[in-house]
Design a protein. Structure first.
Length: 255
């Protein structure tokens, strides 16, 4: 556990040196702040627009950070040839990978925290009231980012950065359409297509499970039991992806 912590902290410090990271957070904060101006275009719905744009911005830029930083966790070590130094030391590969993932998770937590602070400040400046549902929505956004990060790390263990980004982005898009896959499969009757669609429904992550932004913005209740269920699902799915990533990484030949 101590070795994972050391690798995680080193990864966290490395990602903090990435200028792209600061640019993404800056544009995220800029978009959140600009929601005040955009809200003036609509009469009577200013608060909802500010909350909707703010949550969407945190989600969007969090996903971008998770994908484009996550795919570089392994590929950068290979390109710099530092991977040979690491695997030559008495550090199991799975600990190295878990440490990298933990470091990126910490980076995401800090970045989401910064954007959330900017979001809440924007709400206060607009003289709108803060409510717990917004914090719940941000919590599930972070859980979704952990799943996306696990997907990115898994692909980065056996493909190039370009393919990793493409595959992860595709999983993100399809992950928000899994319910549609099940509905479409139900309309196919008993056929091979239905079997494939049902298989994809259960195999791919249901990212829409973490999407409660609409409920938060419109003041609808978000039950604690739902939060626990979504968090459990996210942790379980991320764990399975990381186990698969560790198995692939363990068998990979870097020679």
């Amino acid at each position: 556990m101590n070795r994972i912590t050391v690798i995680a902290l080193n990864t966290f410090r490395e990602t903090l040196r990435d200028k792209i990271l600061y640019n993404l957070v800056f544009f995220g904060l800029l978009l959140i702040g600009s929601s005040i101006l955009l809200s003036t275009l609509t009469i009577g719905e200013q608060v909802k627009i500010i909350e909707d744009i703010g949550l969407a911005s945190i989600n969007l830029f969090g996903v971008i950070i998770a994908i484009f930083v996550g795919i570089g966790l392994v590929s950068k070590e290979i390109e710099k040839r530092t991977i040979f130094t690491i695997i030559a030391k008495p550090v199991p590969r799975y600990l190295f990978l878990l440490g990298k993932y933990s470091g990126l998770a910490l980076t995401l937590l800090v970045n989401v925290g910064i954007m959330a602070a900017g979001f809440f400040l924007t709400i206060l400046v607009s003289k709108a009231g803060l409510h717990l549902a917004l914090l719940k929505a941000i919590g599930l956004i972070f859980m979704e980012l952990l799943v996306i990060t696990a997907v990115a790390v898994m692909f980065s263990t056996f493909t190039t950065p370009t393919l990793s980004a493409t595959f992860t982005l595709a999983i993100y898009v399809i992950g928000h359409l899994t319910d549609d896959l099940k509905v479409l499969g139900a309309k196919m009757g008993e056929s091979l297509t239905k079997t494939i669609l049902d298989g994809l429904y259960y195999l791919l992550p249901n990212l829409d499970y973490f999407n409660v932004k609409g409920q938060a913005v419109h003041g609808l209740p978000i039950e604690p039991s739902y939060l626990v269920s979504a968090a459990t699902y996210g942790i379980a799915y991320s764990t399975m992806l990381l186990i698969l990533a560790c198995l692939i990484f363990q068998r990979r030949d870097f020679k």
